[in-house]
Every structure is written in C-alpha cells, then in structure tokens.
Ligand binder design. Sequence first.
Ligand code: PMP
Ligand code: GLU
Length: 437
Amino acid sequence: MSSNMEHSPIDELNPRVRGLKPSATVAINERSNRLRAEGREIYKLGLGQSPFPVPDCVVAELQRQGHQKDYLPVRGLQALREAVADHHRRFYGIECSAENVIVGPGSKELMFLLQLAYHGEIVIPTPAWVSYEPQARILGRSVRLLSTSMEDGYRITAEQLDSLCAEKPGQPRILVLNDPSNPTGQAYPREELEQIAEVARKHRVVVLSDEIYGKLDHDGGHVSIVPMYPEGTIFSSGLSKWCGAGGWRLGVFVVPDCLHWLLDAMAAVASETFTSTSAPIQYAAVTAFNRSMEIRVYLGQCRRILKALGNRLADDLREAGARILAPDGGFYLFPDFEPFRGALLERGIRNSHELCDRLMDETGVATLPGAEFGRPPEELTLRLSYVNFDGKGALDAAIDVPENEPLDDAFLEENCPDTVKAVSLICGWVKAGGRKD
Ligand code: PMP
Ligand code: GLU
C-alpha cells in the first residue's frame, strides 16, 4: 500500500455500509464465547437459537445424503419444494404448488433478496428482529417503523397500518409481520390478523409473514395470515427454529401466483449470488417438512418445555418488579425495567445499551438491548432468549412426565438450571439497587 494515500479507506466503502456493525445477535454470541474462553462464567441469553437437537430422522437423512454433491436448481430441490407446498396446503388450506416455493440459505438471505428485488417502502412494526431494518438500509430502501406498546401486546393495529398507507396512497409497500414475535414472544389473535389483512388488501400492501416461530406457538395453535390474504402474502419460514437447525442454513418462502414476478426476480439474483442452497441439507429438509409422528412428538415436547419455562421466567421477572408479558410462542422475553429507572439512574444506567452492558459485566448474563430491536434508546427494555439449557436432556426428561401433568418448577430447575439461575441473577441485580418509582 502506498504511504501517500491521502483519503481514508472509509471513502472507498459503499456509503450504505459505512458504520454498519455486525448484527447484534451474532456479536453478542461472539462476545459471550470470548468471555467464556477467558474463564468467565457467562449465561448465554443473547443469541436466539433453538436449544433442541435436530430430530433424529432428519439427522439420519442428512447422513444418508452426504454424497449429494451437485449444484441444485436455483429455486431449490424439486422434492423439497413439493414437500413445502404440500405442508402449506395441509396447514393453511391454500392452493399452491412447488412453483410457489423458493429455498435459500436461511430465510434471512431470502428476505434480503426480496427487499433487493422489490422497489418499495418497508414497514416494520417495532420491537422487531434486529436484521430487518439494517437489510433495508443496506439496500437503500425507505423504512417506516410502526411503534407498538406493551399495553397493545406489542402488536400493530389495522388502524395504524391504514393511516400509514393513507399518507401516500398507491405507494408500493412491504409490511413485515413477525408472528409469533422475536423479541416479544407475542402472537396475533385471529380477529386482528383478519383486520390487518383487510387493510393490506385495500392498500395492496405485500405482507411478508415471517412465521419462523409459528410451530413453536406454545399451545400449538399458531394462526397464520396466509389464508386471510393469500394473494398478497409471502410466507417465510425455515428449519432454524422449529427443527433446531439454525446452523444448517435453510429457509423457504412461499410466494403467491400474483407475485410470481417477484419470485422470478429473486431467483435471478440468487442465480448470480449463491447459485443454490446446500444439496445434502435440502435432501434432509424433505424429511423435516413431511408429516411424521416422530416430528409431531418432538414438536409437542419442545413446545411444552418452552411454555413452562417461558411462563416461569416471566413470573419471576414480574415478581421482581419488571413489566413483562407472558410469551405465546418462540423462546424470547422482552421485559421492561422502567419501574427501576430511578434506581438504575443512580447506578449510572440511562438506556438499554448501558443496562445490558452492566448486567453482563456484573452478573455474566448476556442479553440484548431493546434499542437493537428498534425501540427508543432510553427505553429500559431488553431481550432475553431462554435457550441456555441442554435441549436433548430436557426432551428426554419431558417424555417421562405424563402429558396431562404440567412441567413444574422442580422439572425446570433440574433441566434448565442455568436459565432459571440467569433470570434469578437478573432479578437480584435489578432489585439490589432498589425500586425508586
Ligand atoms: N426471522 C426471525 C424473526 C428470526 O429470529 C430469524 C433468526 N434466525 C430469522 C428470521 C432468520 O432465520 P434463518 O435465516 O435462520 O432462517
Ligand atoms: N434470529 C436469532 C436471534 O434473533 C439469531 C440468528 C440471527 O439473528 O440471524 O437471536
């Protein structure tokens, strides 16, 4: 490199990625691992990944398919696309075929492709998963955040969407609807989805329905917006959450016929970028999407454990004085420590970043600040992922508890000890400063 270069290397960066930091979820995981390697005791409630193993039948299929070495079609393996379409027909009663499906290396990548292909505004209800907004910004899309409140269950209302759309009628838009939600764990009731669907239809909004936690609805009663607005909804899911396979990197979109032009554009970009998704993983994913008793039992037990644990932890946090909603699905909680604002201020903590940093330094519990999820920085919210336990051990133990008996506190303390302990450390830490309302 010549030493007389006068401009800063920053000038050579695409302005859209200047200042872009690694995604908060990925960064907290790396930071936690580093601190652990230095010998600190760290409770990893940061990254949200399934604690449960990939079901045995899916792993066995992957082992059988290890020899698959050829590039696959850009839109995905035909058998997998058929299995996804079949699954979609069964669950949502929607007419669709393999032609409506595209497979990618994670639904995150497919969302990026979608936003790249679609030239419109991106509407994101907050709190929202950390990557939607940065993806839109990288692509130069204009972003509208729709703020929600705990009182409304952190859900947008149809009226909110209607008035936003009425500001610029006819403007192309994508609404990103994540149900159940990361980070709040809240799910939309059917009537509210119906009202949102009606407004979306009226304004011709494309709904990106991110249902990656749908199968982890704690009661197995996930309701999807897909059948309410089939012509305008893109369904997004994958293996990462319900199948415990985040690291396998497999996501799927089901795109309605009327939006085939978007699917075609996404596939064209995919063909110029990742070419196709890992072949052995796609073959194994066919088994995951096909109906099987083993997967049904596995999912039933995963939900049962997450439900008991999520409720117990929410109770603990509420008793300690935090504001919190019990989760409907997934594996996240989003407590608000506003009642402790005065006491936290005395300890020099003014916002969610400082809250999480100090919590990590002083207790070893890793969480993520509400600000990373699109909340105002001064809000004292944080997200915790209740996933730091041995999922296989917990599944084996749950199977021995008769189905009609709940998984009680003793079960959780024995099988998810570090999660229960981490939350008790959080509670003890906030209470130590006292509550000054
Ligand atoms: N949506 C939400 C809400 C998520 O939490 C995640 C994180 N895994 C994703 C999408 C992306 O998942 P993946 O790329 O692993 O399919
Ligand atoms: N979705 C997970 C989370 O919110 C982690 C993976 C990711 O962000 O890509 O923690």
